[in-house]
Design a binder for this molecule. Structure first.
Ligand SMILES: *Cc1c(COP(=O)(O)O)cnc(C)c1O
Length: 421
């Protein structure tokens, strides 16, 4: 099946007389004929469902759909994108370990990696995404267990050289984790370029309608966990009757371990109802992504012509510094355009507050056009140094182009620009 078809059909195939649409299994638990039957599931946890803290049929239908879209061997939904980032690392790193991350990542992930994880003894080593391989190689320590980056960075919009990061990670026998939120599997499939794990905030384009927060982790099944660096995948797990994840689950070792250890213990699993709504978003994702890209390039070109705009960043623009990487890795540059308004913060705020159609909100990648001013909103926690490292200028606005008629979006932008002297 091609992507458009997977969006509609993957994950749920009704049998004779069953409901056309994936049902909402709104139940915390599952019934068994005998005590022995339940006992068997504790011995072999993938045999049947026992509790909705870590597996539920509605959620699993969505997991399977996203897994097939990314081309992986297994996926696990989480209750937020943050939970997906956190668990993707915790499944590999423990106190005393470190991992490497591109510094061009989402502000919430910077907080999680640089501040919160540090408190639990896991060090994040930030690197410049533009760094050459020699410099990247030098960032590794003896205890470095993973590499992390975003396909299209939020909000800097740098396109990651996934193959370069995969090479460097694999030279050091560690996996590459890619946050593919902005691209979605419709615009980029990181596994095809060597990534080992993909995560998403499904709150963005996947859900698409600003209905609910969610996340997902997808396992390519390609990483060799038996290379000596990852004993927790190979040696018996005492918390699971001495199971060896690699021996028992083979290629799906990573994702089964994430569910059986981390989801069991942390319980950040979405509800069936959330998964049902996410599925509706996924059904139209391929169609929507195409239109976001079409609208966004027109918006980017319009901004380029305005003398009130200092800079426009959109990897789909031919003179954008990320254009060559976008051509290589993306089938479209998504709906997010970033601009720097001349006159810094003051004019940026004037522009934002004069828009009527676009909503001023803490969101991105919605079906409706929305705008955000990182320096005074999402990224206000970051120091000036961190702002620069994350690629954020005080006059920068993240303009998330929606699916309205393009002429209405442009008319709205004209109102914003008119407010700036
Ligand atoms: C929003 C976002 C996240 C965090 O996701 P939540 O669903 O808000 O927890 C992570 N990565 C990227 C790229 C994002 O845009």
């Amino acid at each position: 099946m091609r992507d458009e078809t997977k969006c509609l059909h993957s994950g749920y195939t009704p049998k004779n007389t069953e409901p056309r649409v994936v049902p909402i299994y709104q139940s915390t638990t599952y019934v068994f004929d005998s005590t022995k039957d339940i006992g068997d599931v504790f011995d072999e946890p993938t045999k049947a469902l026992i509790y909705s803290r870590f597996a539920n049929p509605t959620v699993m239908a969505v997991e399977q759909k996203i897994c097939e879209l990314e081309g992986g061997v297994g996926a696990m939904c989480t209750s937020s994108g943050q939970a997906a980032s956190l668990m993707s690392i915790l499944n590999i790193c423990k106190a005393g370990d470190s991992f490497i991350s591109s510094s061009k990542i989402y502000g919430g992930t910077v907080n999680l990696f640089a501040v919160t994880m540090q408190k639990y003894g896991i060090e994040c080593i930030f690197v410049d995404d533009d760094a050459d391989e020699e410099t990247l190689n030098k960032a590794f320590k003896e205890n470095t267990k993973a590499v992390f980056g975003e396909t299209i960075a939020n909000p800097a919009l740098n396109v990651l050289d996934i193959e370069k990061f995969a090479r460097v990670a694999h030279n050091h026998n560690v996996p590459l984790i890619i946050d593919n939120t902005f691209a979605t599997p419709i615009l980029c499939k990181p596994f095809e370029f060597g990534a080992d794990i993909v995560i998403h905030s499904t709150s963005k384009y996947m859900d698409g309608h600003a209905l609910q927060v969610g996340g997902v982790i997808v396992d390519s099944g390609n990483f060799d966990w038996t290379n000596g660096k990852f004993p927790e995948f190979v040696e018996p797990d005492e918390s699971y009757h001495g199971i060896s994840y690699v021996e028992t689950y083979g290629k799906a070792a990573y994702i089964v371990k994430a569910r059986m250890q981390l989801m069991r213990d942390f319980g950040a699993y979405p509800s069936a109802n959330s998964a049902f709504l996410l599925n509706l978003g996924l059904e139209t994702m391929a169609l929507r992504m195409k239109r976001y890209c079409e609208n966004a390039i027109k918006v980017a070109k319009f901004f380029e012509k305005s003398d009130k705009i200092e800079a426009v960043t959109y990897p789909g623009l031919e003179n954008d510094k990320n254009y060559p990487l976008a051509q290589k890795y993306l089938k479209g540059a998504s709906g997010v355009v970033s601009i720097i308004v001349k006159g810094g913060k003051e004019n940026a705020v004037k522009f934002m507050d004069s828009l009527e159609l676009a909503s001023n909100e803490v969101h991105v990648a919605d079906i409706r056009t929305c705008v955000l001013h990182p320096a005074s909103e999402t990224h206000r926690q970051l120091t000036d140094e961190q702002l620069v490292a994350a690629g954020i200028n005080p006059g920068m606005i993240r303009f998330s182009v929606g699916l309205e008629n393009i002429d209405d979006i442009i008319d709205d932008i004209k109102k914003g620009l008119a407010a700036i002297e």
